[in-house]
Write a protein that binds this ligand. Structure first.
Ligand SMILES: [Zn+2]
Length: 559
C-alpha cells in the first residue's frame, strides 16, 4: 500500500508528537486494579494503552516509568484559583498546583465567581468579597461567563479550568437589594442570568450560604436557583450556612448544632428540586463541633439511600484558610472602621468572642497568620496569634483586632481545629475515608504571604500519608476520588480517566516517596516529594521533577 504525500506528512507529524510512557503501574482513575503497562500519547490525547507483553510502536520520545504509578491528572474540585488565573503572571502562584499533580481546577466556589459582571457589580468592586480571593487587581474586562473564559484562554492558563457560577456573584450583577429577599423582578433577572451562564458552559452553580449575602437568602430563593440548575442538569456546590456547632447565621438561642441544621436544610432543598448536591468542604470547625460529624455523615448516606444525589468534598488538613475578619460578628463589622476605636464596641466584642470561642471549643492559639495583607505585619507571616501577641506585647484580642484594622480585613489566616487537631484526627479520618468524599485544595492562592499548605501538598499527602503509610484508603479508590469521580460530578467528559481518546492529562509519581513537605514552625510548606512528571493536554509541565516555565497548555473546559 502506498501512502499519499499528505498522509505521509500526517504520519510523520504524529510520530514527531508522540510519547510512549513505559513500564509503569497504570492506575486508570476508574477504581479498577492497577496493572503494568505502557501509554502512547499523540498530540493532546492518549492514543493507546498497552499491556506488558504487547508489541510497542516506534515513537519520537520514550519515558521510562519503572517503579512508578501512572495516573490521570488530579482534579482540584474545589479551587479558588479562578481569581488568579485570568492574570497573565498567574503561573508564579499557581505552579505549586501543577507541581502537586493537579491538571484541572474547578473554580467559582462558595458563591463567588469572577464572572458574570455588570455595571452594578463594578460599583461594588471595593467590597471585601472581591479583595479576599486575589491580592492583585483584576481587569474585569469581561461581562459574561463566556467573555471571562476567553480572557482566561488569552492568559494561557497553566492548568485546565472549569467554572461554577456563584449565586452571590449573580445577585451582585442583577440586584439592587444587597442583602435579604429579592424583589420579584430581581429574582427573575438573576435566574435569567444563571441560565445564561450555565448555557455559556459553567459546570454548575455554587452557593456561599455562610457568607454575606448568601447567609441572608431565604429558602425560596435558594430553591429557585436550584431548580434552574436541576433543569440544566448541572450540580450545585454549597458552602453550608454553618460549618460548626454554633454560627452567626442562626440565632444563638437555637441550641441544637447549627451545622447539622444547615446540612438538613440543604438536603431537603436538593430533595425538593432534584438537583445534584455537592456539599463543599465538609469540615467541623472547633472542638465542640467534632462530635456532630457522625450525624452529618449518616445524614448524607441516608439521603443517598432515599434517592438524593448528594456527595461532599474535603482536604486532608485540620486547618483551613480564611480572613481575619471571619471571627468578627456582623454587628461589629457594620460599625467599622469606627468600631475599632469605640471602647464600648471593643468591650462587647471581647465578651462575645470569649463566650463564642468557649461554645465552639476554639481559642486564640488556633489562629495562624499567613498573609498580613496591606499591613506592616508581614514579618509575622507564619506565626500563631499568641506568638505575635507576645512579640508585640499585646493581648491576643488586641492582636487580632490590630491585624484586622491594619490590613483592612484582608489578612489571611489559617484557622486550626477543623475536624480535629494533631494527634486527634478521627473525625478527619472518617471524612476522608468515606467513599462519597472527593478531594480538593480549597486554597486561596495569592501572590503575597505564606501559601496554604494545601495549595502545595493536598494530593501528595493523601497518596503518601493516608494511602501508603496509614492504609486508610486503597490507592485505586483514592485516585478515583481525585480524578474520574470529580470529572463525572462536574460533567467533564474527556478527562479523569486514562483511556484511548481521552485528553492526555497524566501524573507519574513514585508511590514509595510521594508526600507533602509540611512547613516547620513558622516556615512555609515546600514542594511535595515523589512527583516526577505532569503532562497537561500532552505537554510536559513538570519533567523529571522540574517545573517547565513557559509551558502553558491549559484549556478552558466549557460544559
Ligand atoms: Zn467555602
Amino acid at each position: 500500500m502506498f501512502l499519499r504525500d499528505d498522509q505521509i506528512c500526517l504520519a510523520r507529524r504524529l510520530i514527531m508528537e508522540s510519547l510512549l510512557i513505559q513500564n509503569g503501574l497504570i492506575v486508570d482513575g476508574t477504581g479498577a486494579p492497577g496493572f503494568y503497562g505502557h501509554i502512547l500519547i499523540e498530540g493532546k490525547r492518549i492514543r493507546n494503552i498497552f499491556g506488558q507483553d504487547q508489541v510497542l510502536p516506534q515513537t519520537r520520545a520514550v519515558l521510562d516509568a519503572s517503579g512508578q504509578v501512572i495516573a490521570p491528572g488530579f482534579i482540584d474540585m474545589h479551587s479558588h484559583s479562578d481569581w488568579t488565573i485570568s492574570l497573565p503572571e498567574h503561573d508564579r502562584v499557581l505552579k505549586c498546583l501543577v507541581e502537586q499533580g493537579i491538571t484541572t481546577i474547578v473554580g467559582g466556589n462558595c458563591g463567588f465567581s469572577p464572572a458574570p459582571v455588570s455595571d452594578k457589580t463594578r460599583k461594588l468592586l471595593g467590597m471585601d468579597h472581591f479583595n479576599l480571593m486575589v491580592d492583585k487587581p483584576l481587569a474585569y474586562s469581561w461581562n459574561s461567563m463566556s467573555q471571562f473564559f476567553e480572557t482566561i484562554q488569552a492568559a494561557r492558563p497553566i492548568v485546565n479550568t472549569a467554572h461554577l457560577v456563584g449565586h452571590s456573584t449573580i445577585r451582585f450583577a442583577q440586584a439592587d437589594t444587597l442583602r435579604g429577599k429579592l424583589t420579584e423582578d430581581e429574582l427573575d433577572n438573576c435566574l435569567d442570568l444563571l441560565l445564561y451562564c450555565l448555557d455559556d458552559g459553567a459546570c454548575g452553580l455554587s452557593f456561599g450560604l455562610g457568607y454575606d449575602p448568601g447567609m441572608y437568602s431565604p429558602v425560596e430563593e435558594i430553591e429557585a436557583f436550584c431548580k434552574i440548575a436541576a433543569m440544566a442538569n448541572k450540580p450545585v456546590a454549597v458552602h453550608l450556612k454553618a460549618l460548626s456547632r454554633i454560627s452567626p447565621t442562626y440565632p444563638l438561642t437555637y441550641l441544637r448544632p447549627h451545622n447539622v441544621r444547615a446540612l438538613k436544610e440543604m438536603i431537603r432543598i436538593a430533595q425538593k428540586t432534584s438537583v445534584a448536591l455537592q456539599v463543599s468542604h465538609l469540615v467541623f470547625v472547633g472542638k465542640r463541633s467534632w462530635p456532630t460529624a457522625e450525624t452529618c455523615l449518616k445524614m448524607i448516606e441516608n439521603a443517598r439511600k432515599d434517592g438524593v444525589d448528594v456527595m461532599f468534598d474535603a482536604f486532608p488538613y485540620t486547618f483551613g484558610n480564611t480572613t481575619v475578619n471571619v471571627v468578627l460578628p456582623y454587628w461589629f463589622l457594620a460599625r467599622l472602621p469606627q468600631g475599632y476605636r469605640s471602647a464600648w464596641a471593643r468591650l462587647m466584642l471581647r465578651l462575645e468572642l470569649a463566650i463564642g470561642f468557649r461554645l465552639l471549643g476554639f481559642s486564640y492559639k488556633d489562629f495562624q497568620l499567613m498573609d498580613a495583607g496591606p499591613s506592616p505585619w508581614q514579618d509575622m507571616n507564619g506565626h500563631r496569634i499568641l506568638d505575635i501577641a507576645r512579640k508585640k506585647d499585646l493581648s491576643p484580642f488586641n492582636t487580632v483586632l490590630g491585624l484586622s484594622q491594619a490590613s483592612r480585613g484582608q489578612a489571611v489566616v489559617l484557622l486550626h481545629t477543623y475536624s480535629g487537631a494533631p494527634g486527634n484526627e478521627t473525625v478527619l479520618d472518617a471524612v476522608l475515608a468515606n467513599d462519597l468524599c472527593l478531594f480538593e485544595t480549597d486554597a486561596l492562592t495569592r501572590f503575597g504571604g505564606h501559601p496554604n499548605p494545601s495549595a502545595l501538598g493536598a494530593f501528595p499527602k493523601i497518596l503518601g500519608y493516608y494511602v501508603r503509610d496509614r492504609k486508610l484508603i486503597p490507592l485505586e479508590q483514592a485516585i478515583r476520588r481525585m480524578t474520574s469521580a470529580s470529572a463525572e460530578r462536574f460533567l467533564i467528559k474527556d478527562r479523569g480517566i486514562l483511556a484511548p481518546g481521552k485528553k492526555a492529562d497524566v501524573v507519574i509519581f513514585d508511590p514509595r516517596t510521594i508526600n507533602e513537605t509540611p512547613g516547620i514552625s513558622a516556615a512555609p510548606a515546600g514542594r511535595p516529594k515523589g512527583i516526577s512528571h505532569v503532562l497537561i493536554n500532552g505537554q510536559h509541565v513538570v519533567k523529571d521533577g522540574c517545573y517547565q516555565f513557559g509551558v502553558r497548555p491549559g484549556e478552558v473546559i466549557r460544559v
